[in-house]
Design a protein around this ligand. Structure first.
Ligand SMILES: [Fe+2]
Length: 162
């Protein structure tokens, strides 16, 4: 049986204090960041050795994603610093959301349109590899919609009657 590297079973987690869990979370995020760095190095190495348009495209996607993942991990780490926790970092102030709300709603419509386009393109595409790339785009567009939905959820929690 493969040895489990992390003993983060839920029973273990439940018996830990909040501080211990936060400490573990930080360690995991930091280790994860080194994996993202390695991923940038590896994808760059592949990009330097191949002229295949498809492999290059996939490597570029992964490299950019890794850069973004590291950024999100860093934002999480920053938000877990003691003074940030106290200030409720990453929490939104109602005014902050009000300022961008109109643009976000407009953007949400665009995401819906983009999803439709991706679905239509996916349906129309008779070629296998191209269809994989369209699947990728469709998943990404849906992901964007979910990201905007997180912000909308927050808005609704502030104004439940709106
Ligand atoms: Fe990642």
């Amino acid at each position: 049986m493969k040895e489990k590297k992390f003993g983060y079973g839920s029973a273990t987690v439940m018996s830990q204090s909040k501080e211990e869990r936060l400490e573990q979370l930080k360690n995991t995020l930091q280790e994860w960041q080194t994996i993202e760095d390695a991923s940038v190095t590896h994808t760059t190495a592949v990009l330097e050795t191949t002229t295949s348009a498809l492999v290059r495209l996939v490597m570029e996607i992964m490299r950019q994603d890794s850069v973004m993942h590291k950024k999100v991990q860093q934002a999480l780490l920053d938000s877990l610093a003691p003074d940030s926790l106290e200030k409720g970092a990453l929490g939104l102030q109602p005014e902050e959301l009000d300022d961008v709300w109109a643009i976000l709603e407009k953007h949400d419509e665009q995401e819906q349109r983009a999803i439709q386009m991706a679905e239509h393109a996916r349906e129309a595409c008779p070629l296998a590899i191209q269809r994989h790339l369209l699947d990728y785009l469709l998943e990404d567009e849906r992901k964007h919609e979910r990201l905007v939905a997180y912000l909308e959820d927050f808005e609704r929690s502030l104004y439940p009657d709106a």
